[in-house]
Structure formats: structure tokens, C-alpha cells
Design a protein around this ligand. Sequence first.
Ligand code: DC
Length: 212
Amino acid sequence: MIVVAIDGTAASGKGTLARQIAKHYNFSHLDTGKIYRAVAYKVIVNNVDITNIDTIEKLALSLHSDDFTGDSLINNDVGNMASQVSKIPKVRQVLRQYQQDFPKQAQQLGFKGVVVDGRDIGSVIFPNATIKFFVDADIEIRAKRRYDELLERGDVVNYETILSDLKTRDEEDKNRLESPLIKCKDSHLIDTSHNNPQKTLSQAISEVDELI
Ligand code: DC
């Protein structure tokens, strides 16, 4: 089973890259940010306090794959809460198993490979992945992309708020004790600042083709 692990900063383009690689090779794709967002969404709608670890763990245990879809997960507040929720070791532990089971499930469905994107995929979830990518871009460019994406959805957004939220999330994702966002030594860095999605895909494909 081929495992393509993609990590990177928020709004760096890693999700788009993951979807495109999956489409190109007909691999199954798991966006692990959606799983953390699904827990965060449940925390918000059930009005659970972020210090109530036991209840949040139960929410994580009760997740179903249907929870990982839906427009409500793309919301900026859900993203900020996901960053908070993802600091809780018990939550990461529950979600780790789900993620590590994904290639087996994909294999049973006939897929030859998976693409998994997130923050700790190459470092913790699949340290032996076939290939690892780390995707990043200048923070102003990422903020503009996220701003445009939310605007297009019809959300009321402010560029400065998005920029400052991204800075906070980068800090929190990189500095948390449990599975922080790091670039693994064996991962290929892709800076998407001046790329369109097609160029980013071509860079990645040329690396993947060498290995499979
Ligand atoms: O990629 P995203 O913006 O959808 O992720 C939302 C948050 O979830 C992110 O700020 C950190 C957390 N996350 C994580 O800790 N580990 C992952 N593998 C994926 C996401």
C-alpha cells in the first residue's frame, strides 16, 4: 500500500495538493484536519468547555465518518477550536487509531494507495510513509487565500482577523507538546507561495513518480 503523507501550515495548499494527488493516481484521500474540525464542531454546538477533557474525549470517540463532511467544518471559528481541541493528548490518541486504520480500509475497497494530509502525518501517524511532503507558503499569501475561500462561501470575514488567527494557529500547532507540526528530515518541502495548484501538483508528481 502506497502512503503519501502531506503535512503543512494552515491554508498552505496542502489540502488541494492532497486531493489532486489522490485524483491523479486514483488513491483514497483522508483530510485529517476535518476529523479535528468535526470534534471542534461538536464541542461548539454542544457548548462544551475546552477544559472538559472527558466530555471532549467522548465526543471524539462518538465520531462517525459522516461527521467529516459538510460546509460547517470550513468555518473560521471551527478551525480555531480545532486547534485548541488538537492540543488534548487524549483526543489525539483516539483520532490516531482512526487515521492509522485508513490504509487498511482503503485497501479493502481496492485502492492501491492513500493520501493523508494534516500536521503530524509524516512524524507520528505514518512515520514509514512511502513519501512525505511538507507544504508551506508566506503567511500573507495564505491569509489572502483563506480570506478569498471564506468570502466565496458567503461568510462575513475580515482579512486582518484571518491573518492574526493564522499566526496564532501556526504558533499553537508548532509549539504544542503533543505531536507538534514539524518538517520531518525525510520530507520534501514545497513552497506554494508563488505556485498555482497545477505547478504544485507537477512538483509533487515528479517526486512521487520516482518512488512508485
Ligand atoms: O488543516 P486544518 O486547518 O483543517 O486543521 C485544523 C486544525 O486541526 C489545525 O489547526 C490543527 C489540527 N490538526 C492537527 O492537530 N493534526 C492534524 N493531523 C490535522 C489537523
